[in-house]
Design a protein around this ligand. Structure first.
Ligand code: GLP
Length: 261
């Protein structure tokens, strides 16, 4: 095992809120992955929260690479995903469980019993969301959470209007989110209209958070998240109330920020 410094990053659980701006999307994904690697190195039984979407694909590729190079060991790590589509079984190609299998789980030494996502086909959704919250609590809570950001400022599937203290629950997706995510499906009609998502309150209980955003199309959402008013109309703005968030951005996503630290 190499020392944490070999990742070029300190453990994000031991640092404060900061904004890291990288040259391009690949560099941002690698830097975010290096933060996770440093944290897992420090705490091999780390509980990590994971996100899906187009943005983190290269993030997961970097984690897989570190595993293949024998630098990173997932043996005792537990993972909790942010969300899952309603109506998609785990083996549906567009389920978030399938995404995680393809991008990370099937390539590293994570114990399948340590990979948690809500079930999108549970017969009793109320029981399922409570079960998921309980699984997180039973593990002792999430220590390091990865987030992406939607064009409308959503985090996980907490759409505008989500309360700061919201918990894991069933949500309706907005038309904008359905349109944004249609690229992963054959037709927009195939995009589920509902999902189970961790709540904002659930997410904010993570000890540390890494928000990864890349591309100029996310610049407005990123600016409003970091510099905008903290308000339900902009769910990502609630991250301003958390003590330890690292924003890992590429130049495009950071392009509208006034403060570029
Ligand atoms: C989905 C996910 C979010 C993710 C967002 C942005 O809606 N539920 O967790 O952050 O998409 O995804 P992308 O990275 O594809 O822009």
């Amino acid at each position: 095992m190499t020392a944490p410094n070999d990742y070029g990053e300190s453990n994000p659980l031991e640092t404060n809120q900061k904004i890291l701006i990288c040259d391009d999307a690949v560099a941002a994904c690698q830097r975010a992955a290096n933060l996770f690697a440093a944290a897992i190195h420090g705490w091999p039984d780390l509980k990590i929260g994971l996100a899906t979407g187009g943005t983190p694909v290269k993030f997961y590729a970097r984690l897989v690479q570190l595993y293949q190079e024998d630098i990173l060991n997932f043996e005792a790590v537990k993972t909790f995903n942010l969300d899952e589509y309603i109506g998609l079984a785990a083996d549906h190609p567009q389920s978030y469980r399938s995404f995680m299998n393809e991008q990370l789980f099937s390539h590293v030494n994570l114990d399948p019993a340590n990979t948690f996502l809500p079930s999108g086909i549970a017969s009793d959704i109320d029981a399922e969301v409570q079960r998921y919250e309980q699984q997180i609590a039973d593990a002792g809570g999430i220590e390091l959470q990865l987030l992406g950001i939607g064009h409308n400022g959503h985090i996980a599937f907490n759409e505008p209007g989500s309360a700061r203290d919201s918990r894991t629950r069933l949500v309706d997706l907005t038309e904008r989110t359905i349109q944004s995510n249609a690229r992963f499906f054959d037709s927009i009609d195939d995009v589920p209209r509902q999902a189970i998502t961790m709540g904002i309150g659930t997410i904010l209980e993570a000890k540390a958070i890494v928000l990864l955003a890349t591309g100029g199309d996310k610049a407005d959402a990123v600016k409003r998240a970091i510099e905008g008013e903290v308000d339900e109309s902009n769910p990502a703005s609630f991250l301003q109330t958390h003590a330890n968030v690292t924003y890992v951005l590429d130049n495009g996503a950071a392009s509208l920020l006034e403060r570029r630290e």
